[in-house]
Design a protein. Structure first.
Length: 350
């Protein structure tokens, strides 16, 4: 028999005690990854209603945040007490109150402590900050920001109910972040219900243009993950997906693997090929950015053909991929929190 507990009043984060960070073995983290780091959340929730997002299920568009004063006090104490080098903010959308985000950054800067911090955001909130605000973010230690841009197709963004996302803001976000010396990762979602190949081509062409203009941009393409219970779930059920029927099925939920019945066979293989060329073009740009002489030769030999393929949407006889694989793997996914590499095979994200 299924029982549902009634909704409870949401507690304000400022009313909750500080997490028990003293129980954490920071030395173990340092041994594992080479950096003394901590994960910290300044807020939960997001005011937007994206159809694919689990925040809609858990937080119902409510933004619940710690005060800037408390964030500054707790984070600087952690940095000083445990010699922390990097703080990864776990917020879904940290600068919802962008003035609060600026105040936090100013507090970190005023503390005179030197550490890196990273966070996720949406481009519209970042664009509300002035150029000087973003420069100050960089000066305070922000090294990376992740953005859920998802698509550059207006049709797909409408399907996602992502009406706050605008193409010009993606360019502006990259420009502002570059002023502050901040790297950014743009997350991309492919395989969303209703998306066409033309929509995918549009997104890859536009993102390639952004990468050409701004040195600080990386990408993390992903296949749409159908989390049970998200706002679009009734439509997904009609398309052949089913929610878990037992606790064990919830445990075995195939997160990170493609289970979309409408994206299989030749269409999936073609998408994988498109992403390989897109990622190789971006990786080649990044690898040769600081080596003008190397850039000239490699960009002439590999870069021009790659850009032609992306523009013309032609991917047969992929000799560029064969050459690239003889040197190093193609980075396919990056963490939106830190920008670090997550996987090296396109098949892992498709």
């Amino acid at each position: 028999m299924t029982q549902h507990s009634p909704e409870r009043r949401t507690a304000l984060l400022d009313d909750l005690p500080m997490p028990a960070f003293h129980l954490t073995d920071f030395d173990a983290y340092e041994r594992s990854c080479g950096v003394r780091k901590v994960a910290y959340a300044t807020s939960v929730g997001c005011p937007y209603a994206c159809n694919y997002c689990t925040d809609m299920v858990f937080y119902k568009r409510k933004f619940n945040a710690l005060s800037a004063e408390r964030v500054i006090r707790e984070v600087t104490d952690l940095v000083e007490r445990y010699r922390i080098e990097e703080v990864a903010m776990l917020d879904s959308n940290l600068p919802v109150d962008w003035r609060r985000a600026v105040e936090i950054a100013q507090g970190f800067l005023d503390s005179k402590l030197r550490f890196q911090w990273t966070f996720q955001a949406s481009t519209d909130f970042l664009c509300r900050m002035s150029d000087d605000d973003v420069r100050m973010l960089g000066a305070s230690g922000v090294s990376h920001m992740g953005f859920g841009t998802e698509s550059t197709s207006a049709d797909v963004l409408k399907l996602m109910n992502k009406r706050h996302q605008h193409l010009n803001e993606m360019y502006e976000t990259a420009r502002k972040a570059a002023l502050g010396g901040i790297h950014v990762t743009f997350n991309l979602i492919f395989g969303y219900p209703g998306e066409t190949e033309a929509n995918r081509v549009e997104t890859l062409r536009t993102m390639s243009d952004i990468a050409r203009q701004f040195w600080n941009v990386s990408f993390s393409p992903n296949i749409f993950t159908p989390y049970p219970g998200i706002p679009i779930w009734p439509q997904l059920r009609e398309l052949g997906l089913r929610e878990p029927q037992s606790l064990q099925e919830w445990v075995d939920l195939p997160l990170g693997r493609n289970v979309l019945p409408w994206l299989q066979g030749e269409e999936l293989a073609r998408l994988r090929k498109m992403l390989q060329f897109f990622l190789l073009n971006n990786q080649l740009r990044r690898a040769t950015r600081n080596y003008p002489s190397l850039r000239q030769g490699l960009r002439r030999a590999l870069g021009a053909p790659l850009r032609w393929r992306i523009r013309s949407n032609k991917y047969s006889f992929p000799w560029e991929l064969w050459v690239a694989r003889s040197f190093e793997r193609i980075v396919t996914r990056r963490s939106l929190l830190t920008g670090q590499t997550l996987s090296t095979e396109v098949s892992e994200l498709c």
